[in-house]
Design a protein around this ligand. Structure first.
Ligand code: FA5
Length: 345
């Protein structure tokens, strides 16, 4: 019996030392130390031993069992440690590797131009006002001195929804709405960016839907020279000191006198091209002194108050600034076009 126990001990310790993983080790534990294991079997024969031999054999059996259990415990620690090391090695991160670039979008060139124009005017003390794109005929035309049947309505072919409601053809209705809110008290100093719609045929410089930015200043003693100075500051800040501007007399029913402002064409350098239609100039805005009728209709005393207004097309401005030769590029969203305005590359 003594020999058998020693044999079992040697055999178990050998198996423990060669166990390759925790599962194998657990199998050894179950087979040697379990209730149906060989040590238990040996101990069952203790009854046949003499009273003298029995405690000796019992002590030996305990010793064998303890040494196997200790062997298993130690091996288990080593296997667990090895498993942790293996995992650490497999999950090792090389912090010196270059990172993967994260793809980011960027603002649409039109958004950038509009924000730049907004910032410029906010810097001159203007606030930003907004109005609806689906507009009443009253604000789009009548309140701007364009009664029904007025021939100048033809200048802005419109998309009508009902007889009285249309998609606004310009941002000027926001002028009328803002002045109305001021209830005859100045000063008013706003710019209004937004989408407008016209039944224009699409070409290099025209779109049926485009953006406008309106400007309006109403106060006592506002003069034409204030308008000219403001437009000059705007043009120089936007396009650089070297760009030429010209003011041409024009007509808008809501301003008197009225002008249009042109900028020398950057694309052809003034020689004439398809963008400037051979003239060397591109019209970017209409402007003028607010017509007394418009002031009165909005509740302002036209003897006390005067004002100037202007309305510009940011697409045309973006075309000039970035040298874009077709307005349709802004709406077709070709990524190759948009990527050129990325600030990340
Ligand atoms: C107006 O719309 C007036 N409301 C502007 C104004 C405001 C005048 C305040 C006086 C006082 P006009 O139709 O010229 O004016 O348009 C203004 C600008 O919008 C033009 O200078 C041009 O830059 C742009 N624009 C006009 N039509 C189109 C179009 N179809 N596609 C792209 N831009 C356009």
């Amino acid at each position: 019996m003594q020999e058998r126990l020693k044999e079992l001990q040697t055999e178990a310790l050998e198996k423990i030392s060669t166990a390759a993983d925790l599962k194998e080790l657990n199998d050894i534990r179950v087979s040697y130390l379990g209730k149906k294991g060989p040590i238990t079997e040996v101990l069952k024969g203790m009854g046949k031993l003499s009273a003298e031999e029995r405690p000796k054999m019992g002590a030996l059996a305990n010793e064998v069992r303890d040494s196997i259990a200790a062997g298993i415990e130690e091996k288990q620690k080593r296997l667990e440690e090895a498993a942790v090391q293996e995992k650490l090695a497999a999950e090792k991160i090389d912090v010196t590797l270059p990172g993967r670039p994260v793809k980011t979008g960027n603002h649409h060139p039109l958004t950038r131009i509009i924000e730049e124009i907004e910032d410029l005017f906010i810097g001159m003390g203007y606030t930003v006002a907004e109005g609806p794109e689906v507009e009443k005929d009253y604000y789009n035309f009548e309140a701007l001195n364009l009664p029904k049947g007025h021939p100048a309505r033809d200048m802005q072919d419109s998309f009508y929804i009902t007889e009285e409601i249309l998609l606004r053809t310009h941002t000027s209705p926001v002028q009328a709405r803002t002045m109305e809110k001021h209830e005859g008290k100045g000063p008013v100093k706003i710019i209004c960016p937004g989408k407008v719609y016209r039944r224009d045929n699409d070409d290099a410089t025209h779109s049926h839907q485009f953006m406008q930015i309106e400007g309006l200043v109403v106060d006592e003693n506002i003069r034409m020279t204030d308008l000219k100075g403001t437009l000059q500051v705007f043009a120089k800040k936007m396009f650089g000191e070297d760009r030429e501007i010209r003011l041409r007399p024009s007509f808008f029913p809501f301003t008197e006198p009225s002008v249009e402002m042109d900028i020398s064409c950057k694309i052809c350098g003034g020689k004439g091209c398809s963008v400037c239609k051979g003239t060397g100039w591109i019209e970017i805005l209409g402007a003028g002194m607010v017509h007394p009728n418009v002031l009165e209709m909005a509740g302002f005393d036209s003897k006390k108050y005067t004002g100037f207004a202007f309305g510009m097309g940011p697409e045309r401005i973006a075309m000039l600034k970035y040298g874009v030769d077709d307005i349709r590029h802004f709406y077709t969203n070709d990524v190759r076009f948009l990527k050129q305005f990325s600030i990340h590359e």
